[in-house]
Ligand binder design. Structure first.
Ligand code: AMP
Length: 190
């Protein structure tokens, strides 16, 4: 089962991804986690990615696409996975489609988790206090939210046209959000 999870920073994708991958018994592929790990390991790719991540900017498409492509090749992903934070641009979505078509494993579902801008800001400021993430400063948060609106939101229409999109209200409690997600999955019989 191949699922894409889309949502602005602070919508609760991280929390819900963990619950969902446990429930569905599929690997969790978070490009944010993968890039941060490469950064910590200090690999060439990590050093390149760090310049973007630390400024709250999107890492260039070819870099992210190659990281995800390599990961999708691993044996544990042959029966599917949850893609969290990828794709984030139309270019990435088209690359993913081309890759999956070649593999003969189309996407099953795209989940959107939405929340109001006020709520996102509130949650991100709180997360900044708790986690000390380099990219959770007010200026970088604003950039990430603006990139989400201009570069990632157009994907929702793209996936809606393909009949793959389910939009879930991320303003509900975490338990309610997860129940909602489970309902959508059951209704689609995937
Ligand atoms: P996240 O943990 O998903 O918020 O991602 C943290 C950061 O990693 C983002 O702000 C970007 O700099 C980078 N990143 C993660 N996923 C992608 C992606 N699909 N495309 C470009 N940059 C990404």
């Amino acid at each position: 089962m191949l699922i894409v999870f889309i949502g602005p920073p602070g919508a609760g994708k991280g929390t819900q991804s963990l619950r969902l991958t446990k429930y569905l018994q599929i690997p969790h592929l978070s490009t944010g986690d993968m890039l941060r790990q490469a950064k910590e390991e200090g690999t060439q790719l990590g050093q390149l990615a760090a310049r973007y991540i630390d400024n709250g900017r999107l890492v260039p498409d070819p870099v992210v696409v190659s990281v995800v492509g390599e990961r999708l090749h691993q044996p544990d992903c042959q029966n599917g996975c949850l893609l969290d934070g990828f794709p984030r641009t139309l270019g990435q979505a088209e690359s993913l489609d081309a890759y999956l078509e070649e593999r003969g494993t189309p996407l099953d579902l795209v989940l959107e988790l939405s929340a109001s801008e006020d709520e996102l800001l509130r949650r991100l400021v709180r997360r900044a206090e708790l986690e000390e993430r380099e990219d959770d400063t007010p200026e970088k948060i604003a950039r990430r939210l603006s990139d989400y609106r201009t570069k990632t939101q157009p994907l929702l229409e793209y996936y809606r046209r393909h009949g793959l999109l389910e939009s879930v209200d991320g303003m509900q409690t975490p338990d309610e959000v997860f129940e909602d997600i489970q309902k959508r999955i059951k209704a689609r019989r995937i």
